[in-house]
Ligand binder design. Structure first.
Ligand SMILES: CCCC(=O)Oc1ccc([N+](=O)[O-])cc1
Length: 346
């Protein structure tokens, strides 16, 4: 049977950011991901023998995240008034059965979306925390993959044998399956960041970092080759996401009644990189980063200047200025008004 494809032009009506009263169609934001999104959840695991909070309990938040300040969902909350449930955990991959990363301080792997974030969400979903959550008033955001493709993952062929970028992409669809099964119908999928631009993967010959806390022996490698690999991996995965969302949603009818927006973070970050004066405070800094530590992540020194001038906080993470820009654009995506959003629905 031929199925008509409908590009949803307006995902939801525009948000009244100024009032701080959440709009009826954006009362709750539920987020899944890694340190790009984590607002303190890993800290809870770190202080509770690698266990998450009991069902119905939110971990304490921090206002100094991996961005150097608030992270993007916290900015979305403050601009929209939406209630935020953030399951993101720093260091996470999509599924530890595909790419697992050891966390010495946990004496366990970093918790992943499939093994920890989704199970925690499903347990919480049955508690009073989710009173008032409906299919219509809740947006689920998924931003994962930076660690899957990272030097400790696919970039160094460190994934579980037999798994690959397609396995990672299939994990995205499995995550949407799990949320859909709980009643979620409105999804925003944030694609892979332009990782060839971060200091971690940029060659030193182009202003990138040398040996560092996220890749301790980077200088032993052909850095130009690895930056190019990262460009290939992120752009190829993002193309698969672009085609995979309408294929799964509309051709396979995998999530009947759902709407999915793809937020093209790769292009958004690249636009900040190319036109910093439109986004960052002068003097703009898009090649360097603000927070400099040794290869052990210790003896850190900040600056020079203000973090608001920087695209990046450290070798890997957007600055909190950038996170505030991501949040602003995310709200535009949810409202159907972003040139960085592609909207799919029945
Ligand atoms: C965006 C993915 C990068 C990431 O998750 O980085 C981190 C991993 C682990 C920690 N941590 O253990 O604190 C922080 C950031």
């Amino acid at each position: 049977m031929m199925r008509s494809i409908v590009l949803v032009s307006s995902f939801v009506t525009a948000l009244n950011a100024a009032s701080l009263h959440p709009k009826s169609d954006f009362k709750f934001l539920v987020t899944f991901g890694d340190s790009y999104t984590d607002n303190g959840r890993l800290n809870y695991y770190g202080s509770h023998q690698a266990h998450g909070p009991p069902p119905g309990v939110l971990p304490a938040e921090t206002n100094v995240t991996a961005s150097g300040g608030l992270t993007w969902p916290q900015y979305v909350r403050s601009s929209t008034g939406a209630t935020l449930y953030d399951y993101a955990i720093s260091g996470a991959t999509c599924d530890n059965n595909n790419v697992a990363r050891w966390a010495g301080f946990l004496n366990a792997n970093f918790p992943s979306i499939i093994t920890d974030e989704i199970p925690s969400f499903k347990k919480d979903r049955k508690t009073a925390l989710y009173r008032g959550v409906t299919a219509a008033n809740t947006v689920y955001a998924l931003w994962i993959g930076t660690n899957d493709l990272s030097y400790t993952g696919i970039l160094s062929d460190s994934q579980v044998a037999g798994t690959n970028i397609t396995t990672y992409i299939n994990c995205l669809w499995s995550t949407l399956d799990a949320i859909y099964a709980t009643g979620g119908r409105r999804f925003v999928l944030l694609n892979l960041n332009a990782l060839q631009l971060v200091g971690l993967y940029r060659p030193q010959s182009d202003g990138g970092a040398g040996d560092n806390q996220f890749w301790a022996n980077k200088t032993l490698y052909n850095q130009t080759e690895y930056a190019q690999k990262m460009l290939e991996y992120t752009t190829s995965a993002n193309t698969i996401i672009d085609y995979g969302v309408p294929f799964n949603l509309l051709v396979k009818n995998r999530w009947p009644g759902a709407k999915v927006a793809v937020f093209d973070i790769h292009s958004f970050i690249t636009e900040i990189y190319n036109k910093p004066k439109n986004f960052l405070e002068p003097p703009h800094n898009v090649k360097g980063f603000f927070h400099h530590c040794d290869v052990n992540g210790a003896n850190c020194v900040d600056g020079p200047g203000s973090l608001d001038s920087y695209l990046w906080y450290d070798e890997l993470h957007p600055s909190n200025k950038t996170d505030s820009l991501i949040a602003h654009e995310f709200v535009q995506v949810v409202s159907g008004h972003s040139k960085f959003g592609t909207y799919w629905g029945h």
